[in-house]
Design a protein around this ligand. Structure first.
Ligand code: ZN
Length: 329
């Protein structure tokens, strides 16, 4: 009886937003589409990114343009003004979210590693991003058990950003469940980055015609189908996108920002020998295909044990790393 009343208390005093990530599994999605606008609900305005129907009920995917937090909600809670993406960007132009989109577009010319590739250098620590490209190998769980162990006393949950493909979600339901359990137990907090659905790659084609630049690529499908797969698996899509192979061109960058997504590059791909600096967005692969990068990361973590204990070296939430730069401008 005591247990039961405790359970009821916990439920009563649970703030709904706290478990935003775990709140919804949308298994019967129809008519998922890009849909932009202003969702007004005092004291916080949200920008609308998507509209979909699940089991006959309409929902919106929303972003808080001040914090880059995303959530799913019912349209009935808001006063809604539909806009084009350009109108919505103009309306929210002073916010960190729209400024981050602009910054990513300014860094759109290079074939590799376009977009935002680091946070503020004043930060002591890094943002960890791990890519889950299609793979038949199991998830590299050591990444997660290591960060949880190292940061146990200083950061809980430990923030990590995972770039996930539709194919990986399809291939690894048990690994996905394992990650979700860590998240539900507040051991880690995952920002889910869209990494395309198919992540096609050719061993022969030059970079300019490879990955998403390969002929016949359907960008609508690659972006929206991945978001739908996230929602069906109970994951909350973020406003971030990582190009497969980090390969893009100017046109592709603008296609992605037109979906309201911020391309995220890296300035420290560990397996390529790039050394992380304060504020780096570190890239490793968590899909079992890049053991060198994972080992380098574990070594890095071990070398920082003392700084971590003194809170002089931390892992940063990617949303905050990208967002912070544009506050107070
Ligand atoms: Zn990849």
């Amino acid at each position: 009886m005591k247990q039961l009343s405790k359970y009821i208390l916990v439920c009563l005093f649970t703030i709904p937003g706290m478990f935003a990530q775990a709140q919804g599994v949308y298994k019967k999605i129809t008519s998922y589409r890009a849909y932009y606008g202003w969702a007004k609900h005092a004291p916080q305005d949200w920008m609308i990114l998507r509209h979909f129907v699940n089991d006959g009920k309409p929902y919106l995917l929303l972003v808080n343009p001040q914090t880059l937090e995303t959530k799913i909600d019912e349209p009935g809670f808001y006063e809604i003004k539909p806009m084009s993406i350009d109108e919505a960007r103009a309306f929210f132009k002073t916010t960190p979210y729209v400024k981050a989109l602009q910054k990513a577009e300014k860094q759109s010319l290079s074939t590799q590693d376009a977009g935002i590739e680091s946070g503020l250098p004043k930060q002591t620590g890094i943002s960890l991003t791990a890519d889950l490209c299609p793979s038949h190998k199991p998830l590299d769980k050591i990444i997660f058990t290591s960060i949880i162990a190292e940061f146990k006393k200083v950061e809980q949950p430990v923030p990590v950003a995972l770039s996930v493909t539709g194919m990986w979600m399809r291939q690894h339901p048990q690994d996905l469940e394992w990650l979700k359990k860590l998240q539900d137990a507040h051991e880690i907090y995952i920002t889910w980055i869209n990494h395309s659905f198919n992540h096609r790659v050719s061993a022969k084609l030059p970079l300019k015609e490879n990955f998403l630049l390969e002929a016949g690529t359907n960008i609508n499908f690659e972006v929206l189908e991945t978001e739908m797969a996230m929602l069906k698996n109970g994951l909350m899509p973020s406003v971030f996108f990582r190009f497969p192979g980090l390969v893009s061109d100017k046109e592709l960058v603008y296609q992605i920002t037109d979906f309201g997504l911020i391309p995220i590059g890296t300035d420290a791909w560990l397996a390529k020998g790039q050394q992380p600096q304060a504020g780096s967005i570190v890239l490793i692969h968590g899909n079992g295909n890049e053991p060198v990068g994972v080992n380098d990361f574990i070594k890095l973590l071990k070398s920082k044990t003392q700084s971590i204990a003194k809170k002089q070296w931390l892992l940063y939430d990617l949303r905050e790393s990208v967002d912070e730069e544009f506050h107070g401008e």
